[in-house]
Design a binder for this molecule. Structure first.
Ligand code: SF4
Ligand code: SF4
Length: 306
């Protein structure tokens, strides 16, 4: 079966180590053995080669990639190399990665910045405000597309407000509902002031039986090339490298009762988040930047991306 005109791949290899120590994360300060790192590198290079080969083997298909490592990828040279390589391929529309932004950023000047992008997360408690802000401002100078996110833990609120106030207007700051936490309306309103799209994250989305683009034009791929429709549905669809996934491509409703992660529900059709995030679905940048509120309560006004 041929591939769709546009294929999005969510790649997560075996890497499971991180240089940060977030209290809400199972990968905090985990280390990978040298063998595990070698395996991760080989898996990533194989995946990158497969994407590159689509130009010749599936010439009607454009590809976008979001790297969603369990741990931190950008402190490993092979993730930087993969993003730079993919960004320069004419058939690659977007290549992005989720990162804590702890590493250097100058390497991004070697990327095609019309296709490379970052989904960054600010983890107060792990990094000083000034240090994260300086990285973000350098990204702006370099012309990198990126969003900045914060996990909506109560102890992050002041830090998130301060970051919102100091980031340029043109940088979107999103807030993720903290895993397992429920918010009173008053609590949610505080986060909604910072991220006018917070309500999409506040509750899990009832997704059972609803049309979702995953499995059709969006796929999850692991380091061995095993394909599933998304990171959350544990039903194998075949393998990327032997082509066996192709015969199972197609539109199917979501088999789970709910979907509570942005990298999943952004593809859930009834939510129409492709409209909201048009041009920035993978790196989580809305097409029209919302009205954010400065720390002093003064609205920042609308910014429209070209
Ligand atoms: S930066 Fe991300 S991967 Fe690392 S410990 Fe924090 S939440 Fe986990
Ligand atoms: S709605 Fe979420 S869980 Fe369901 S198929 Fe789509 S991405 Fe997967």
């Amino acid at each position: 079966m041929g591939l769709p005109p546009h294929l999005t791949l969510l790649y997560r290899g075996p890497l499971a180590s991180c240089d940060y120590d977030c209290p809400y994360c199972p990968f905090a300060k985990r280390r990978d053995s040298p063998e595990a790192l070698r395996a991760d590198r080989a898996a990533l290079e194989r995946f990158t080669g497969w994407v590159a080969d689509r130009a010749a083997e599936d010439p009607g298909t454009r590809v976008s990639v979001l790297f969603t490592p369990w741990g931190e990828g950008l402190v490993r040279s092979w993730y930087r190399t993969a993003i730079a390589r993919l960004s320069h391929l004419p058939h690659v529309e977007r290549v992005a990665i989720q990162t804590n932004l702890s590493g250097r950023v100058e390497w991004l000047s070697g990327c095609d910045l019309s296709s490379a992008a970052l989904w960054t997360t600010y983890h107060p408690g792990q990094v000083a405000h000034e240090r994260f802000l300086a990285k973000a401002l350098r990204l702006v100078e370099l012309g990198v597309r990126f969003s900045v996110g914060v996990v909506g833990e109560p102890e992050h609120l002041e830090a998130a407000r301060r970051m919102r106030a100091d980031l340029p207007d043109g940088v979107y700051l999103w807030v993720n509902a903290a895993e397992g936490r429920t918010y009173t309306d008053a609590e949610a309103a505080l986060w909604q002031e910072l991220d006018p799209h917070f309500h999409h994250s506040r509750y899990p989305h009832a997704s059972g039986g609803l049309p979702c683009r995953t499995g059709d034009s969006v796929l999850s791929v692991d380091g061995d090339g095993n394909v599933r429709r998304c990171h959350f549905v544990d039903v194998p669809m075949g393998n990327l490298y032997d082509g066996s996934f192709r015969e199972r491509l197609g539109r199917r409703p979501c088999p789970l009762a709910s979907c509570d992660c942005h990298i999943g529900y952004v593809h859930l059709e009834p939510l129409d988040l492709y409209g909201l995030f048009r041009g920035g679905v993978l790196e989580r940048i809305p097409h029209t930047l919302p009205q954010a509120v400065r720390g002093d309560g003064v609205p920042k006004g609308h910014r429209v991306r070209p």
